[in-house]
Design a protein around this ligand. Structure first.
Ligand code: SF4
Length: 335
């Protein structure tokens, strides 16, 4: 028997963070990463203010305010999948506000601590809610494998040969949360980009950096680091969004994904990156009013490389104080 399909094919479904996107695609729906929609808009900054005018406090993370205001301009997004565990309490509250405004909200919980049985149940209820089956989701997972393989290759071009710049790496990997709402077109775009990138000469940089923490809200961070002669050869969370571990079933894939779980799993991933990618230092990006700022100390203590912590609030260019601190950091690392 075919499952009941609550949404017509192609319906846009908003995502507040990376969730098992295979379920959305298996249901024939169109995923839209609301973070990317917010930050790529020329109205990003004014949307944060618009959310404050609508009643959101100043002391709430700008990503949440940006998502809220972005949704006001996108009534065609029929429903929103909210990670009500594994992301943060702000997004949980955002889901409730959206529900109060009659937006359909679908909850997804990343089990904490990671647990295979619970992940299986969460996946099952998401698939059922979207009107699809595990078999269809597995088929989508298989179809996505060549694209995910290309993303791994793109990442290697960043840290092994320097043929892909840090900003390009960030931009492609961050988009793997929703594949720019069109996996086929996005896969072709990645393929074309790789074809170009492999023709570029190999490039090495005197200072190799890793960018740790949630995706920065600054618009010119990578360009400025390049200007200083430093290359970002590791973008922690965008790489996680690309699901870089092949050969896992769907439940394992989303259990191995480090972002929603404890800091210790993240530290393991970071330690490996520091070693394998020969990182000279890490820039830890923290978002104003985000609980993840609390992990700064442990990241500084455990990784054995210099760490510079920077903080951003609104979607703007780097402020002069942060620019100066980045410059001094790169100077110290330069051999
Ligand atoms: S940056 Fe932090 S507070 Fe803001 S949405 Fe992400 S996890 Fe939540």
């Amino acid at each position: 028997m075919q499952p009941f399909r609550p949404y017509p094919p192609g319906t846009k479904i908003g995502l507040t963070t990376t969730i098992p996107v295979e379920a959305v695609l298996a249901a024939g729906l169109t995923p839209v990463d609301l973070n990317n929609l917010f930050i790529s808009s020329p109205k990003a900054l004014s949307r944060v203010s618009a959310a404050e005018t609508a009643g959101f406090p100043r002391t709430v993370c700008a990503w949440v305010k940006g998502i809220y205001a972005t949704l006001q301009d996108h009534p065609e997004i029929e429903a929103v999948i909210v990670a009500c565990q594994g992301d943060c309490s702000y997004t949980q509250a955002l889901g409730e506000i959206l529900e109060a405004e009659s937006r359909q909200v679908i909850h997804f919980k990343f089990p904490y601590p990671p647990d295979r049985g619970q992940m299986g149940q969460e996946l099952e209820s998401l698939l059922e809610r979207l009107g699809t089956t595990a078999r269809d989701a597995v088929r989508v997972q298989e179809q996505l494998e060549p694209l995910r393989r290309d993303l791994r290759r793109l990442d290697r071009f960043t840290w092994e040969t320097g043929q892909v710049r840090g900003e390009e790496n960030f931009s492609y990997l961050i988009s793997s949360s929703d594949f720019e709402s069109n996996p086929e077109a996005y896969a072709r775009k990645v393929e074309d980009f790789l074809e170009q990138a492999e023709k570029r000469p190999h490039r090495s940089s005197l200072v190799r950096l890793g960018l740790v923490g949630i995706p920065p809200i600054f618009t010119d961070l990578w360009a400025y680091l390049e200007e200083l002669g430093a290359a970002v050869v590791f973008n922690e969370i965008p790489r996680q969004f690309s699901m870089p571990y092949p050969g896992l079933d769907l439940a394992e894939q989303y259990l191995r994904y480090t972002y929603p779980y404890d800091i210790f799993t993240r530290l393991g991933d970071l330690e490996e990156a520091v070693k394998e990618r020969r990182l000279d230092g890490l820039v830890h990006y923290t978002q104003s009013f985000c609980f993840r700022q609390m992990f700064d100390q442990i990241i500084r203590e455990r990784l054995g490389v210099p760490v510079l912590t920077i903080e951003g609030d609104r979607p703007t260019r780097l402020d002069s104080r942060t620019r100066m601190r980045l410059e001094a950091f790169v100077d110290v690392l330069r051999p």
